[in-house]
Design a binder for this molecule. Structure first.
Ligand code: ZN
Length: 145
């Protein structure tokens, strides 16, 4: 029993101050599992080159996962996590806006406020108009064709 106590103590000491899991690491872990399965399928199909590429990706993702989990630089790891999800958030926002533009194409137009960059949904009235941004309260002109 003593051996296991020492082992447990040693593990706890080793993990002390390490970063561990975060949402980005969970994503990396699932990507790794996906690549592992893809690699197995490719090797069954004897697609050598594709297998080698997937295998290298697998190693890279595993390395990134372990590196982040055992890192002591919590600040940097958190920043990575935020950048990653910020990036995906902006992709999602882009597609949501495209969808909304398409849905409202007959009744509304979408314009960016030149002052605060907020995207505004405006009624589709032909011609030149002055519009007051509800966010920054500044006027700008809008031309609808
Ligand atoms: Zn504005």
């Amino acid at each position: 029993m003593r051996f296991f106590d020492r082992l447990r103590y040693g593990m706890a000491r080793f993990m002390e101050g390490r970063y561990g899991m975060d949402p980005l690491n969970r994503v990396l872990f699932f990507v790794y599992l996906g690549l592992l399965i893809a690699g197995m399928v490719l090797s069954r199909l004897q697609l050598r080159l594709a297998y080698v590429i997937v295998y290298l990706l697998e190693l890279f993702v595993l390395f990134a996962f372990l590196y982040r989990a055992f890192s002591r630089n919590h600040y940097k790891r958190r920043a990575e996590n935020d950048r990653f999800f910020g990036f995906f958030g902006s992709i999602k926002a882009y597609f949501k806006l495209r969808q909304a533009k398409w849905r409202d194409r007959k009744t509304h137009v979408y314009r960016k406020c030149p002052n605060c960059r907020a995207v505004l949904r405006l009624p589709k009235k032909r011609g030149k108009h002055v519009c007051c941004c509800p966010k920054c309260r500044r006027d700008f002109s809008v031309t609808v064709h």
